[in-house]
Design a protein around this ligand. Sequence first.
Ligand SMILES: C[S@@+](CC[C@H](N)C(=O)[O-])C[C@H]1O[C@@H](n2cnc3c(N)ncnc32)[C@H](O)[C@@H]1O
Length: 428
Amino acid sequence: MKNTYNLRSIAAKAINQVLEQGQSLSTVIPELQQKISDKDKALLQELCFGVMRVLPQLEWFIAQLMAKPLKGKQRIFHYLIMVGMYQLTYTRIPAHASIAETVNGAISLKRPQLKGLINGVLRQFQRQQQKLVEKSNDATHHFHPKWLLTRIQKAYPHNWQHIVNANNQKPPMWLRVNQIHHSANEYLTLLQKANIAAELDEGHPNAIRLLNPCPVNMLPGFDKGWVTIQDRSAQGCAELLIPSDEEKILDLCAAPGGKTTHILEMAPNAKVLAVDIDEQRIKRVEENLQRLNLNAVIKTGDGRFPHKWADGEQFDRILLDAPCSATGVIRRHPDIKWLRRNEDIDQLVILQSEILDAIWPYLKKGGTLVYATCSILPDENNEQIKAFLKRHTDAKLSGTGTHEIPGIQIIPEIEGGDGFFYARLTKQ
Ligand SMILES: C[S@@+](CC[C@H](N)C(=O)[O-])C[C@H]1O[C@@H](n2cnc3c(N)ncnc32)[C@H](O)[C@@H]1O
């Protein structure tokens, strides 16, 4: 049966919502996916994430081919043209189909009179494609916004190219094997039986990397909670926390619960309180706990004001997975590059330090706090913890570095983990 929708126009709508209205792809795409077939869901994802990944290059192509960019109500057609160029440059969809489907997007978007313009730009692009692709490399800041590229270059003068290159790739798919059910080795055998190529990870005991991403419903026992999708670097947080049964553990900034569930897989009888400010996202903690058959107390609350939700309790261990720039996970969320602003970073640094200061009194003497971010920017990471150690003389580093470099900074690696930062502190 023929589809009644035009997928390219849906992709242009999603991109328009991100770039013109500041929404994230992870909110926009699930809504739009409800209207389309399973087969097209993956293509929609590929088109939207792909355009975000190489946006400056597509902007540059358009600037070479069109005297005036489409603005205002016609802006969505600018993005439709990008969707066309992306297909021609980065997918194996035959060129004639890419162009025809993209041009037809103008009908779905109720401006059939623009078909000629879109067709003309895409045909012209096709003729000059090779030359334009070659020339675009110098003009596009490695597909990063200038402010962010400058920050990365300053923080990593020797390996910034390695980082931006990793940011521009599609991310690998990592699994966390639920140790309550299987060891990583046992689960690898189950994957092999299901013809899913994968390999173990040396650094993280429960981590497995799939050689090719696959839908979760193909993973053995996913519904039974045998396995969770989680990057290897994110798995380092609970590993560093070393939770034990019967301990009181606070997982602060917990939603959607990736680390709450990891803590409980490691210590199923720990008394875990999971807190997050976002009422919608916190519902997903509940769903994840249910799938894995684990228990925690869940509360909505602001980490800056624990007196409102902690009931005067103190904790043996606290994991603070702080709100951050997410600059370590750009390959998973390439829209971050265009949603974040340089000014946001200073504000995030203040928010992180406020949460750290507010939560510290709620850690028992002798207790352990792990501070983590999925950022690669020093201000949110090593500099943040250095300043914290100066303000709190009863805080001591515990195995994650020195006073000069108090944490472990992971940078994104093409076949490895996301960019991440962890510091472990104990209270004297
Ligand atoms: C990096 S995400 C957490 C990911 C989560 N720990 C996991 O593993 O699934 C950061 C979280 O911080 C939450 N957040 C932001 N500001 C907060 C605040 N002031 N207090 C508590 N949570 C906050 C966000 O809603 C977001 O869910």
